[in-house]
Design a protein around this ligand. Structure first.
Ligand code: NDP
Ligand code: MG
Length: 396
């Protein structure tokens, strides 16, 4: 009989975390929840523990942990509550865990995701920021430990599905000409440029096709998400930035494509629902039901494509610049973006100023080689400090 896979869900209370738990709950014979982690949505974390009876739960602080531990005991559960980054790393690397779903948002996910990689787990990667910040070190750790890294970012999962199994021999060797990374263009694809100064966080978070966490929703509106995904694709598939072309496809039905030298273009299609890439990666190389409705091509009727406009989406240009510079540049870009997006969500800056802050940080801080993880966190901190300086200099 097949062994039930033990799964740790890092970022269980988030959008990707919840989609993952939905898929897992459909297959109790295949998957069992080993650990769940949350940060601010603690009532939701308690409810998830009651639903899935994990061995461990992780929260950020000791006091919160005590409260959750009491509530779990009152509910008759023997789930043990761990605390902070060390708790996250412990449940990511635990010897009894088979698969780790890395769905914490932002730089906070880097250490726990790397802990899973270093322990040689099957790692389902949603936390693209971790790979963007530390790409070279991250991929070295994957190769050293033998971890199986599977992308669940929908575009990268699509590309993975369209590549041959031996793509790691080199994209050129297996006949790939280009990766075509699709983007919806977000809620501001057609907003008059002059109106962008007045757009609100609510408008930025109202994505036309996908329901996601707030940070990635703003990244999608600015197309920084596509920029981060360009860098993510380069690391995952050993591609040069020039081999990855961004294509705006407003329907979000094609999740990305691979263009081969013989003129064939392979695409992966599906309804925009993260449960498809999650189910694909969980079961890979098998297939399981994800709960996603079959694609109805007749109701979609047409698929459109257009080139991205870098004047409208300066963040995409900045990300490509950082991808080409390599070394510390992507970590600078990511940290400056995290500060700028948080400032926009807190109404401290206007939407176009997200790009201004990132541009300044990239201009002020020289690009250096990165040899170790501590250096990545130093670069991250430098970029955050420079972004905060922009905010205080501009009275925000
Ligand atoms: P959400 O904001 O919905 O969820 C983020 C998760 O991370 C929550 O569980 C949150 O806890 C937790 N978290 C936040 N800050 C910290 C911290 N400092 N320490 C530990 N945990 C923390 O985000 P999404 O689910 O939308 O995105 C998660 C990741 O997946 C991101 O990297 C995103 O780019 C990527 N992704 C998301 C997609 C989507 O469709 N949503 C698609 C592709 C990639 P709490 O909620 O309890 O505060
Ligand atoms: Mg994506």
């Amino acid at each position: 009989m097949k062994k039930t896979q033990q799964i740790t869900v890092l970022g269980a209370t988030g959008s990707v975390g919840l989609s993952t738990l939905d898929v897992i709950a459909r297959h109790p014979d295949l998957y069992q929840v080993f650990a769940l982690t949350g940060f601010s949505r603690l009532k939701e974390l308690l409810a998830l523990c009651v639903r899935h009876s994990p061995r461990f739960a992780v929260v950020p602080e000791q006091e919160v942990a005590r409260g959750l531990q009491d509530a779990l005991a009152a509910a008759g559960l023997d789930t043990r509550v761990l605390v902070g980054e060390s708790g996250l790393c412990e449940v990511a690397a635990h010897p009894q865990v088979d698969t780790v779903l890395a769905a914490i948002v932002g730089a906070a996910g880097l250490r726990p995701t790397l802990a899973a990689v270093e322990a040689g787990k099957k790692v389902l990667l949603a936390n693209k920021e971790a790979l963007v910040m530390s790409g070279a070190l991250f991929m070295q750790a994957v190769h050293r430990s033998g971890a199986v890294l599977l992308p669940i970012d929908s575009e990268h999962n699509a590309i993975f599905q369209c590549l041959p199994v031996d793509y790691s021999r080199g994209l050129g060797t297996v006949g790939v000409r280009r990766i075509l990374l699709t983007a919806s263009g977000g809620p501001f694809r057609e907003t008059p440029l002059a109106d962008l100064m007045g757009v609100t966080p609510e408008q930025a978070c109202a994505h036309p096709n996908w329901s996601m966490g707030r940070k990635i929703s703003v990244d999608s509106a600015s197309m920084m998400n596509k920029g981060l995904e360009l860098i993510e694709a380069c690391w995952l598939f050993d591609a040069r930035p020039s081999q990855v072309e961004v294509v705006i496809h407003p329907q979000s039905v094609i999740h990305s494509m691979v263009d081969y030298v013989d003129g064939s273009v392979l695409a992966q299609l599906g309804n925009p629902d993260m449960r498809t890439p999650i189910a694909h990666a969980l079961a890979w190389p098998q297939r399981i039901d994800s709960g996603v409705a079959p694609l109805n091509l007749f109701s979609i009727a047409r698929l459109d494509f257009q080139a991205p406009d870098e004047q409208r989406f300066p963040c995409l240009r900045l990300a490509r610049q950082a991808a080409e510079a390599g070394n510390s540049a992507p970590a600078l870009l990511n940290a400056a973006n995290e500060v700028a997006v948080a400032a926009f969500l807190n109404r401290r800056i206007r939407y176009p100023e997200i790009a201004s802050i990132i541009d300044e940080v990239l201009n002020l801080e020289p690009v250096v080689a990165v040899q170790e993880l501590d250096a990545v966190f130093e670069i991250d901190l430098k970029a955050r400090t420079l972004a905060e300086q922009w905010l205080s200099r501009n009275g925000r």
